[in-house]
Ligand binder design. Structure first.
Ligand code: THU
Length: 159
């Protein structure tokens, strides 16, 4: 039997400790919660991508009376970038969420489907996507999405 551990380095910043680029991205994700269409869950999620050009692209969760049709904030932003900024590198993603009108505390990470969507972009572009998770208690940051997706599934797994 062999045993090994999987670990991830997470840095937790206060708002004041963020550099200006990260602070701007967090602000964009917080703002994006305002465009959420979430009459069913009342959970407003905002995501903001920092592209290599410096451009910020936002997304928010978009729900539907047929619940499974909904699209999360992260994929709304990611797929918009794929469709409109083809082959541009995504450098970072910031995520913020509001429940009952208040930003969440603790850590609100991307759902499993969004992790899978993010990891494919990271893998395809061969460049890490910095992940910033906003909460009232601090901003949790990892240097790549891969840090929170151990044993990721890639197309190579099917070969
Ligand atoms: N949601 C996101 O937008 N991102 C996530 O990573 C988790 C969940 C949305 C989907 C749905 O509109 C609402 O939050 C409740 O699940």
């Amino acid at each position: 039997m062999k045993e090994y551990e999987i670990s991830a380095c997470v840095k937790v910043f206060t708002q004041e400790e963020l550099d200006s680029a990260d602070a701007e991205l967090i602000e964009a994700a917080k703002q994006a919660t305002e465009t959420s269409y979430s009459p069913y869950s009342h959970f407003q999620v905002g995501a903001a991508l920092r592209m290599e050009s410096g451009e910020i692209i936002i997304g928010s969760n978009q729900e539907n009376a047929s619940y499974p049709v909904a699209c999360c904030a992260e994929r709304t932003a990611l797929f918009w970038a794929g469709a409109n900024r083809k082959d541009e590198v995504v450098k970072a993603i910031a995520i913020a969420a509001k429940s009952k009108g208040e930003f969440t505390s603790g850590v609100t990470g991307p759902c499993g489907i969004c992790r899978q969507a993010l990891i494919e972009v990271e893998h395809r572009q061969k460049r890490p996507i910095r992940l910033l998770l906003y909460s009232r208690d601090g901003i949790h940051v990892t240097s790549s999405v891969g840090c929170i997706v151990p044993f990721s599934f890639y197309s190579e797994n099917m070969m």
